[in-house]
Design a protein around this ligand. Structure first.
Ligand SMILES: C[S@@+](CC[C@H](N)C(=O)[O-])C[C@H]1O[C@@H](n2cnc3c(N)ncnc32)[C@H](O)[C@@H]1O
Length: 228
């Protein structure tokens, strides 16, 4: 289905923030040892000039990525829908700046004009680790377009998703139900390229969370650049 913009769809966030509010610090207990994510952060760091502005989209508890970027000397802005996740992030990464906002609030263009309803400025890099998978598929290209527009030309974008051919699919998650979407890797690469990014590198990892409720997953990490 071709969709022009956010004005053509109805956003439904029912249960999404509440799920993460309720999960709280059990999230980091269920998903320890994020070697793939840490490695992706390290790859990004090799490409970032000192003191870069970095947006952590759907930052969760700020671990490991917000802290990793701040400790490397970058200026980190974290955004999340869940007040509970943000409370943990502020504790874990006091030197970052956090905002409660929806990814859709950062939209650029359309009826809200450049910068969207919440204008956080432009960034040298954006990371979205397992956060765009919380959107229905119809929104993912719109969110990617916003990321593109939030970056300075030549800016870096690191994206991770779980490889799965699902759209707005309800799953049990640490005692709650959340809805997730995903793509198989060829389609993900295509969706990212269609949003205007150059994919520089891709990694994948098999990951088994510390819980029997969530099955092992294949995690995809895409290292992208907004062309200059
Ligand atoms: C699977 S967690 C990933 C958290 C973190 N990036 C990490 O790597 O651990 C997804 C995060 O996205 C947030 N989220 C879900 N929907 C969102 C939305 N529409 N806008 C902003 N954040 C959202 C959730 O509250 C949650 O913290």
């Amino acid at each position: 289905m071709g969709v022009g913009g956010y004005e053509d769809i109805r956003l439904d966030r029912t249960g999404q923030a509440e799920g993460f509010d309720a999960i709280g610090d059990r999230y980091d207990e269920a998903f320890p040892h994020k070697e793939g994510q840490v490695t992706a952060g390290e790859r990004l760091l090799t490409r970032l000039p000192a003191g870069s502005r970095v947006l952590d989209l759907g930052c969760g508890t700020g671990l490991p990525t917000g802290r990793q970027l701040v400790e490397a000397g970058h200026k980190v802005t974290g955004v999340d829908l869940s007040a509970g996740m943000l409370a943990l992030a502020r504790r874990h990464v006091p030197r970052a700046d956090f905002h409660r906002a929806d990814i859709a609030d950062l939209r650029t263009g359309g009826r809200h004009g450049p910068g969207g309803p919440q204008d956080l400025g432009r960034f040298d890099a954006v990371v979205a680790f397992f956060s765009l998978l919380m959107l229905p598929r119809v929104e993912i290209p719109l969110a990617l377009r916003s990321v593109h527009d939030l970056l300075v030309p030549g800016g870096m974008f690191t994206l991770s998703m779980v490889e799965a051919d699902v759209d707005d699919f309800a799953i049990p998650f640490l005692g709650n139900t959340i809805r997730v979407s995903g793509y198989l890797r060829d389609e993900l690469r295509q969706v990212v390229a269609e949003a205007g990014f150059t994919v520089l590198e891709e990694d994948s990892y098999a990951y088994a969370p510390h819980t029997t409720e969530v099955p092992p997953e294949e995690q995809l990490f895409l290292h992208c650049r907004r062309p200059a």
